[in-house]
Design a protein around this ligand. Structure first.
Ligand code: ADP
Length: 459
């Protein structure tokens, strides 16, 4: 079974904390034992300073500066923190020892005689720390003084400390695991609400949104991001619906005209002239439908043709060629202008650029002035540009954005009977997006319009 997110978080945090606590506890134990040993070694040093001068050896006999030393309470009884003393000759043979050693001896070691450092050893079953220092009589080394101090108290203290640390270690970890699990659960609660609500949203209730927590933390940002996504989805679906309904409406109109004309035509016999007129009307409706279908297919092709391959193209030569071609084919009067004397290389999709220019020049003439001249200007300011300028009827500023929506036509154009489907600029906008060209328009009602294309120059 897969563990839940909160369990995984709790487990990982507990694991990290377990490691940290282990190291901290180990450090506490090591520092404590080091301090205890240090303090005993310090006491041993004090005892050595106190006793080293009190002994001297004469003819293998231990003599004392102060008689009765051995009988001193401290060395005669095994009390709480006793000092054990033994005097040995240069070979390590015991010469005398404190009574509290009873039948036991302190361990003599040749190797320790040089380092003079304390070490851990045992007297019978008692753990002690011992030191060994040389004894001198009249400036000559005559033996060794062995001193030991009980380690029992220190050992008990260290054992107690270890037991306490070992006991609280699992306790801390268990408490930590459950607290982390609880806290992690609490902090992902808002995510559960988000996922529940998101699961409830379908195409039918796409207008609903995830309740905003009102904070700007990560959860708040996630909520906003999902709500924005839902908003964009809703708009896209709305646009799609609008597009389908507009497309059917645009096709239904010429179809109704077609049907109406034919129905009238078959009601009674007509003269050849009347037939001719009606058939012309029928053909016009068919032309209108076929123009719409062609444009719809073109739009669908642009939408499906993602990642158009962009190639390097010389803008001035390409534009001249294009203007010559369309002027010859359609008999348009186009005034070509180029302020730039040197070639301009841009990266774009050639066929798309041709379609864009074709649509814009056609519109320039459709909605242009009586004299029928359109300016085609190639230039270079910050970027390489093409401007298609007409001095026609212009576009009202309220329509400047709408003209790029599919099927949108300014009512005036419809009323004047200017042929069109309202799809041309939607196709231009899509093609420009796909080809990396930025498209903008400026227009003044009654004065004319200018459509401008900005290109990324090839490096
Ligand atoms: P269509 O030309 O088939 O109607 P478009 O998408 O090309 O469709 O244009 C949308 C609308 O924008 C046109 O109906 C027209 O009202 C307006 N328009 C486009 N180009 C121009 C222009 N150069 N001058 C004035 N109006 C224009």
């Amino acid at each position: 079974m897969k563990s839940s997110y909160k369990e995984r978080i709790a487990r990982r945090l507990t694991l990290v904390t377990a490691l940290i606590f282990f190291l901290v506890f180990l450090l506490i134990y090591l520092v404590a034992s080091y301090t205890v040993v240090l303090s005993i070694d310090h006491e041993l040093q004090l005892e050595i300073v106190e006793h080293q001068e009190e002994f001297f050896i004469d003819e293998r006999e231990v003599r004392f500066l102060h008689q009765g030393e051995w009988e001193e309470m401290e060395h005669a009884q095994i009390h709480l923190n006793p000092i054990f003393i033994e005097v040995v000759d240069l070979e390590g043979n015991s010469l005398d020892r404190s009574p509290n050693l009873e039948e036991n001896h302190l361990v003599f070691s040749f190797s320790k005689s040089r380092s003079q450092k304390a070490w851990q050893t045992k007297i019978g079953s008692l753990e002690v720390r011992q030191r060994q220092v040389p004894l001198f009589t009249s400036g000559k080394q005559v033996g060794y003084l062995l001193l030991a101090k009980s380690f029992a108290d220190a050992r008990e203290l260290l054992n107690n400390l270890r037991s306490v640390l070992l006991l609280i270690y699992p306790l801390i970890l268990v408490t930590l695991y459950f607290s982390m699990r609880y806290l992690a659960g609490k902090s992902i609660e808002p995510l559960e609400v988000i996922s529940q609500k998101t699961n409830q949203i379908t195409q039918q209730n796409l207008n609903e949104r995830i309740p905003d927590s009102g904070t700007n933390d990560e959860i708040g940002q996630l909520t906003k991001a999902i709500n924005n996504l839902l908003g964009r989805l809703e708009q896209a679906i709305q646009r799609e619906k609008q597009f389908t309904s507009d497309a059917s409406h645009e096709l239904r109109t010429p179809l109704s005209v077609l049907r109406g004309t034919l129905e009238v035509l078959i009601r009674k016999p007509r003269t050849t002239e009347e037939y001719g007129l009606k058939i012309k009307a029928v053909l016009a409706s068919i032309d209108q439908m076929s123009a719409i279908i062609d444009q719809l297919l073109a739009l669908a092709r642009v939408e499906n043709g993602q990642n158009l391959v962009k190639e390097e193209l010389e803008l001035i030569a390409f534009s001249e060629e294009f203007v010559d071609k369309i002027a010859t084919e359609k008999g348009y009067k186009i005034q070509f202008q180029s302020e730039v004397g040197i070639p301009i290389y841009v990266r774009t999709h050639e066929k798309s650029l041709e379609m864009i220019l074709h649509n814009l020049v056609e519109n320039g003439f459709k909605y242009g002035s009586e004299d029928g001249v359109v300016f085609f200007r190639v230039g270079r300011s910050e970027k390489a540009t093409i401007e298609i300028i007409d001095s026609g009827r212009g576009i009202d500023s309220v329509h400047l954005e709408q003209i790029f929506d599919p099927f949108f036509r300014v009512q005036e154009a419809v009323d004047l009977g200017i042929p069109g489907t309202g799809l041309g600029l939607a196709i231009v906008k899509k093609l420009a997006q796909e080809s990396g060209i930025s498209l903008s328009v400026t227009s003044e009602k009654g004065k004319g319009s200018s459509f401008r294309l900005d290109f990324n120059e090839a490096s």
